[in-house]
Design a binder for this molecule. Sequence first.
Ligand SMILES: [Zn+2]
Length: 365
Amino acid sequence: MSEAFVDVPIAQPVDYYTDMSGFEAAMLDQETVVTPEGTKYRGEEARLGYLGSLLATGFDADPDAHHEMIEQVAAIGYPVDNFKNFVRRPNDKKENQYTLASWGIGTENYGEFSVYELFDRQIPEERLGTLAHESAHANTPLNPNNAHLFGGEAERLEAVGFIIAVADQSLATNKMLNGYHDYLALQYKQRLADPSGLEGIDYRTFVEETSAILSQLALTNRAKIEQIQEQQHKVWDDIARASRAQGKPEPAPKVQLLSQPDHMGVVKPAGIDKTLLRLLDMPAETRGMAGYDRLMAHISGLKARFYQDDTLQVANGRFEAQNAEVITRNAVFLHIITEMAMRDAMAKAEKDENEAKKKKSLVYA
Ligand SMILES: [Zn+2]
């Protein structure tokens, strides 16, 4: 963990109306989203050129895999300034047997972006998600050195405050964003329960992963976020009600994870979308509803490009292969379960028979 990663400052409220006239602000009742400044490589071609110039190890057997990967990273649109080299690794150790990709090794990070063999076996949809996840790590708001990528320190701090609130809301409601988030929450609770402070993961790591998972889902599966948000808010309301009933202080306000239309049908960029609008290389007009529309267009553009029919066919082939594996594994489980059930049934039958015999012998005694 680098020095820069030690302290997580809490966000201060930011006034987004300052660079708009009062009239404009009142008319829009929306927020200004600052476009990234200080990002070296603007435009997809510039990003692709830079990523292509970086050292890539382990791709000799499959140069297409390298090209496909950097093409997608450049298209996703996050700043690439922090990328320093690429490595393709086998899933050859117990600790990396399920790893798809990683940003840095462990908690150290020197700009190394790794993809593992398992990554190749993901369908294109999943691969785009994995690359979005790791690109989010590469541009984490938790690192103060990344302020320029967000368009300034105030903007970075706001992203930090937001993601801390999301992590807390997830933990407080015990409603996690996906299976991986569930696993991480367990790891974090393990740390809390461990007096030696070595087991599981720390709070910072939980927040960092929450950020990457939410960014990933915002680009690939927004319906999932909405579903989880609804569950979180429901539990949050219950907590607030219980607190009021007991005369305890109310919990912090609910956190909105995504932009949502207001009662007038106007969508104001909110939640993770504000972070994305700052980080993603979007056209200059990213204010208010226009920004939201551009973000949605960017997302459908990515899907249309990387979820093509022919890729999808290959993907389906991969998926079927994967599925076959899952079915085999489940068949093994089923076999074991069936055997256990049969053993139980036989044991029960034997017992019943003995009981019956006993009863018979009693009757005829
Ligand atoms: Zn991660």
